[in-house]
Write a protein that binds this ligand. Sequence first.
Ligand code: NDP
Length: 334
Amino acid sequence: QKQLILNERPNGLPDERTFQFEDVEVGNPEAGELLLKTLFVSVDPYMRGRMSDGPSYIEPFEVGKPLNGGVVSQVIESKSDQFDKGDIVTGHLAFQEYHVVSDNHVRKVQTFGLRPSVALGPLGMPGLTAYFGMMHIGEPKAGETVVVSGAAGAVGQIAGQLAKRAGAKVVGIVGSKEKARYITEILGFDDVVEYKEGNVAKQLAEACPDGIDVYYENVGGEISDAVWPLLNTFARVPVCGAISSYNLEEGEYDIGLRVQQYLIKSRAKLQGFIVGDFQADYKEAYEVLGKAIANGELKFEETIVDGFYAIPDAFLGLFSGENIGKQLVKVADS
Ligand code: NDP
């Protein structure tokens, strides 16, 4: 059985030298432990930050050690009274096909009758991120204009729909026609800006004639430069991510002091956050999201590729926009 190792730290976009597959032995579970078979692996943009060793809110991956992240697994053998053979669980684990883990490393998947992979998407870290960023920091109100960048992705698809539920007009920014159709026709966003068509500032100004009250920031860079001049007085900007900067090479990183003039003029509030800041309120979010997803009020999409060996390409695809909704790797059937 295989595990996926960080072979060397990338400078810029990761490539085949970054990753390596290695054999690993898996022992037998002892008291309080479980033998797990990996069903789904989540690849996420934040993993790029962990491949570098700069200062961060989360410790870097170690070279020569397995990558780790969100997985959904099935219990093959249980030496724990908390879990039975066959249970579907989720946790933050090393990327390998089988594991022996202590029973406190995973929790049973609460799926509200949906497929278990939702625990890595709308009912997992990306869903929680959308919920807290939008509802606790963005605080959209009826009649306001909300812009979401990365709008067809795992976080963006939920963030935009939450703003719609709050009665706001929602405009998404996406990188393809297919994604534009998805967010407007399936998710019900009011308008869309396709940034690869050019002149983002003009497209955005046309879509937001009343200015922007909430900007849910997923991408940073030039796309967001088009947002700042349109911020209304007392706008809120939950700063969730800046994926356009994650693969910049050393020395290229530019914080962009240019945003400040617009923040002063609009007295907008720009707040960075990490989903874990809201741990105390996860229960609230699971309930709201779980119910809304189960009754079809919140829709979502997944892009699933097959096989453990597909993890590196699935991860890299996040940076070229291959995914609609949550990008997952299916490793095995349950
Ligand atoms: P997505 O599912 O949105 O996948 C990434 C998407 O980003 C791609 O599909 C692509 O869509 C877009 N993208 C890639 N490169 C660029 C670029 N250079 N410029 C503009 N868009 C780009 O990922 P997630 O939903 O998992 O994450 C979205 C953001 O949220 C990321 O920035 C991530 O780091 C952040 N995040 C933050 C968390 C927190 O706690 N603060 C937690 C989870 C995520 P397109 O085709 O439209 O370009």
